[in-house]
Design a protein around this ligand. Sequence first.
Ligand SMILES: C[S@@+](CC[C@H](N)C(=O)[O-])C[C@H]1O[C@@H](n2cnc3c(N)ncnc32)[C@H](O)[C@@H]1O
Length: 246
Amino acid sequence: MQKRKSSKIDKVYAKHIAELQDFEFSTQVANVFPDMLQRSIPGYSFTLDLIELISRQFAKPNTNVYDLGCSLGATIEQIYKCLPKTCQIIGVENSSAMVKQCKTNIEPVNRQSNIVIRHEDLRDTKIENASVVVMNLTLQFIPVKDRDSVLKKIANGLIEGGVLILCEKVNFDDAYEQSMLNNLYVEFKRAQGYSELEIVQKRAALENVLIPDTISELKKRAKRSGFTKAQLISQCLNFVGLIAVK
Ligand SMILES: C[S@@+](CC[C@H](N)C(=O)[O-])C[C@H]1O[C@@H](n2cnc3c(N)ncnc32)[C@H](O)[C@@H]1O
């Protein structure tokens, strides 16, 4: 478990934006991303701790460990020490701003050159000989029509007993549950210091970009994509973690 670095404060939506664009993982976002994650994702640090715990248990020598949608490398920085030395760690990221900063972040810990960061669309990534694949808050940004094929590709590329760790924002079938958890999530953001303007503008910017599944949809996706088990391992408001075993 590692101490998190401090980062610049997220002010991306602090001022009124006349022509609001869809959310992008731009340089502006990359510059404040650690702060944005900490203040926007309930339980973010705990999720990283869980990913470390699971990776420690499931990563096998001479296999690959993938982090799909690795952003600035926070997950890789958390888990690389607990993996067998013979593991190859592959971070995949399609935002050039994120890749640039991720490579800089990873450089000091990449003494054995067993970490590579690939600038590519994860839908084009070949998954092979993998014992652990992490998708921390990434599948939710993949077009819904492509999600099953991404999970199938991961299942095919995992060794027997390998795992996918999937952490996502979710929706709920039950209207009361949806509204209660939405309201609590807004309270969480207020408590983190975000203004009403920031909350409203960010929500609007994400509306067509981040499409949450429900927990049952995620489990069904995993099952029909070739995983034998899909187990809920955490929930913090409307953010969940699942582990899918091949
Ligand atoms: C919410 S962030 C993930 C946070 C990161 N996993 C962490 O724990 O710090 C989602 C990331 O997925 C990346 N992403 C979204 N769609 C992608 C795609 N098709 N291929 C590769 N990366 C993608 C985004 O650029 C962004 O950096």
